[in-house]
Design a protein around this ligand. Structure first.
Ligand code: B4P
Length: 190
């Protein structure tokens, strides 16, 4: 199985690149952000709770996202592999993902981080906010909070994979095509 963790701060291009990668490599895309927004759209209790945190730029509790991922892994038993986009976002989520995959006789092939400076992230997300209507992209303060949450809680996840010799980073600034090419150069070595 090819199981990739696509990593990087909010607005780094994870969602954008995942769309291209799933087609080329026939993988299943698991984006916890998309799963949570789906719960919000359906108006479920989970979605209503998650919305308050997401609109404030805060992370949703670990147990909520781990349980969503566990359900999705169970539902896709015949998958060739997965792209984990926006997950794991904490070290606890990374450890839980290893346990879930081990129980299925699988593991993470590698983490690839997209490196983008904070100013570029702000610009991209505010631009998307104008078109998407996503409340967490519309407000510079909320975007700043998301970047702070990333630096405090999510950036340490890179060390978790570095310790397993599974970490690679690439430049996330450039055209979508240039970054896609750089990602595939890493993936070809797995
Ligand atoms: P996500 O949905 O994961 O939001 P994101 O980090 O903003 O998305 P992404 O990084 O994929 O955006 P992309 O670069 O593709 O999470 C939203 C919220 O959900 C979180 O804040 C949190 O509250 C919650 N959540 C999700 N997962 C969680 C978890 N595991 N644990 C706890 N809470 C969780 O796109 C950004 C923009 O950049 C786009 O407009 C795109 O067109 C543009 N772009 C992409 N590539 C570009 C390039 N090369 N050049 C110029 N622009 C580019």
């Amino acid at each position: 199985m090819l199981n990739l963790v696509l990593f990087g701060p909010p607005g780094a291009g994870k969602g954008t690149q995942s769309q291209n990668l799933i087609q080329k490599h026939a993988l299943i895309h698991l984006s916890t952000g998309d799963l949570l927004r789906n719960e919000i759209a359906k108006g479920t209790e989970l979605g209503l709770e998650a919305k308050k945190l997401m609109d404030a730029g805060l992370l949703v509790p670990d147990e909520v996202v781990i349980s969503m991922i566990s359900n999705k892994l169970d539902a896709e038993k015949d998958a060739r592999g997965f792209i984990f986009d926006g997950f794991p976002r904490t070290v606890a989520q990374a450890a839980a993902l290893d346990t879930l995959l081990e129980s299925k006789g699988a593991g993470i092939s590698g983490m690839i981080a997209l490196e983008v400076k904070d100013e570029e992230l702000q610009t991209r997300l505010l631009l998307r906010g104008k078109e998407s209507g996503r409340p967490d992209d519309a407000n510079p303060e909320v975007i700043g909070k998301r970047i702070t949450e990333y630096n405090n809680k999510t950036a340490p996840v890179a060390s978790y994979y570095k310790e397993q010799n599974k970490y690679k980073s690439i430049n996330g600034i450039g055209t979508v095509e240039e970054i896609f090419t750089a990602l595939n150069e890493v993936i070809e070595k797995y």
